[in-house]
Ligand binder design. Sequence first.
Ligand SMILES: O=C(O)CCC(=O)C(=O)O
Ligand SMILES: [Fe+2]
Length: 269
Amino acid sequence: MPTTDIRQLIDLDRYPLDQPDHPVFAQLLDDGRRALEQGALFSMVRFVRPEAIAIMVRQLEALRTRSCRYEHARNAYVYDGGASDWPDDHPRALRHRCSYNQVLNYQIPNNSPLRLIYYWQPLTEFLRQLCGFETFYRSDCPHFALTSKIAGEGDTDGWHFDTNDVVFSLLLQTPEAGGEFEYAPFIRSEQDENYDGVKRVVADPQRSAVRPPMGLGDFNVFMGDLSLHRVKPVIGAQRRIVALFSYDRDPGMVFDQSYVDEMHQAMTN
Ligand SMILES: O=C(O)CCC(=O)C(=O)O
Ligand SMILES: [Fe+2]
């Protein structure tokens, strides 16, 4: 099999991440930092080329039947304590439906274009600088370092906060309708959980959350630990497919056992 040139996958003319001295590189860092500061989201529009997207979608669709099926109700704070003795209508007690398929890291072939992008060091280095971290490493997690969530008709990713500071996603297929990513930028802070604000978002997302335009091939950097977010239910037969890239400031990061337990639970339910 011929080796794939990264140029065939990423639009390097628009995103010269392998040329740190290029004026566009500095501009991207500037734009990105501002967007993250103001709205918790930075999208590199049409980062991946359409021909590469088509290959990735084909590969992921083929892996879907072997992927992990989640179908459960989850609390928005599930990984930092979750529901315990809170009143029924408290955001910490509310549960949100989640259903989707997830292709796990070890299921994605080593030579797949998706993994080539994930392993491309200039991208990791650019993201390190964008996030302002001193060190930055791809995750070593056998399950969740690189994954893909595939949502069919009616599937949704319920309201939640992420446990990692930043999440990186690549949108590969959009449904006919629905499946929008919806979020409330910086609805909480390190100091203030703002439960009333969270309640308002859940009660009336149309007014209290934003739905940024996200197109095919866009690479999105999102600060999901302070911004409540969800993926709305998919409408129609065409599935929503997104790839998720995980990194950490420390080397050798593997996700908490609770993620793996949740996955096993989902598989046996
Ligand atoms: O599917 C997406 O666009 C985001 C998924 C998400 O929020 C997550 O995996 O934590
Ligand atoms: Fe998330």
